[in-house]
Design a protein around this ligand. Structure first.
Ligand code: MG
Ligand code: MG
Length: 274
């Protein structure tokens, strides 16, 4: 038994609703991220926004996590806890958000620049996001988990970046973390085959320097071992009729930031209506 729970088309549409609540939350936050704002303030805004959408924050209380958002600035990889420290010009902030509605979870993440950031970090964000789509593009019927991991790893390691090993993507559904585990590294042709009805959270966590990480004594925060920046981009994707279909979108973020992008178009069967 693989433990993988395949979803019906109806369930996938419910999951799209949950995913889009997260997408809208990240879009709302995009306008609020600026030097001087605290991650705790952003957390409160997200809590209220998710509640207004008739959903529950997906992370709050999950494994006893204390907040709505995982907020991981600069060298923090994931699972950072919101606090009173203001963001500064030149920071990056990885925001991971979950929402629960109709019994299904949405879960995705985006790394934002706070004001102007340096060239190396800007490239880290671009390559990490590109690698997410490389991974999504490999999520096709009869491909395997190793193909997806390889696609992400290859795209990042050719730039000399570190691919975090200890934390992985995952199946998503009525629980936040379902089978299978979806590593951001792998060997082509290895691992479980993809099947129609699978829904994955695909989420490269990529470091500018070493792939090695450490954990703070708070029991949550993961940061790079060398103190260099780390980026995290995550989408929720269903396998439908053999091909990957995005359930989440970054378009709310792009609308808030005045960015135009065609990156999601290959992974949609219908045009997105915001
Ligand atoms: Mg996440
Ligand atoms: Mg996830």
């Amino acid at each position: 038994m693989s433990g993988i729970i395949l979803k019906t088309r109806e369930e996938i549409e419910l999951m799209r609703e949950s995913a889009l609540i997260v997408s809208k939350t990240l879009g709302m936050l995009a306008s609020e991220i600026k030097p001087g704002v605290t991650t705790l303030k952003l957390d409160t805004l997200a809590y209220e926004f998710i509640k207004e959408q008739g959903a529950e924050p997906g992370f709050l209380g999950l494994y006893d996590f204390p907040n709505t958002l995982c907020m991981s600035p600069n060298a923090q990889v994931v699972h950072g806890i919101p606090n009173e420290t203001p963001l500064e010009e030149g920071d990056i902030i990885s925001i991971d958000c979950g929402a629960l509605k109709n019994g299904f979870y949405g879960d995705h993440a985006y790394t934002f620049a706070v004001g102007d950031i340096d060239t190396d970090t800007k490239k880290l964000l671009r390559i990490t996001k590109e690698s997410l789509y490389e991974g999504i593009n490999a999520f096709r019927l009869n491909n395997r988990i190793g193909d997806l991991g390889y696609a992400i790893q290859y795209h990042c390691e050719k730039e000399g970046y570190g691919v975090v090993r200890e934390l992985v993507g995952h199946g998503l559904g009525e629980t936040m973390h379902e089978a299978p585990e979806v590593p951001n590294y792998g060997k082509r042709g290895r691992g479980k085959k993809f099947l129609n009805g699978m829904v994955l959270a695909i989420e490269p966590m990529i470091n500018l320097g070493t792939h090695r990480i450490k954990q703070l004594k708070d029991g949550w925060t993961i940061l790079t071992a060398d103190g260099k920046p780390s980026a995290h981009f995550e989408h929720n994707v269903a396998l439908i009729d053999g091909n990957p279909e995005l359930l989440s979108t970054f378009e709310y973020i792009y609308k808030a930031l005045g960015i135009s992008s065609e990156e999601e178009i290959p992974f949609r069967s219908h045009p997105l209506v915001l």
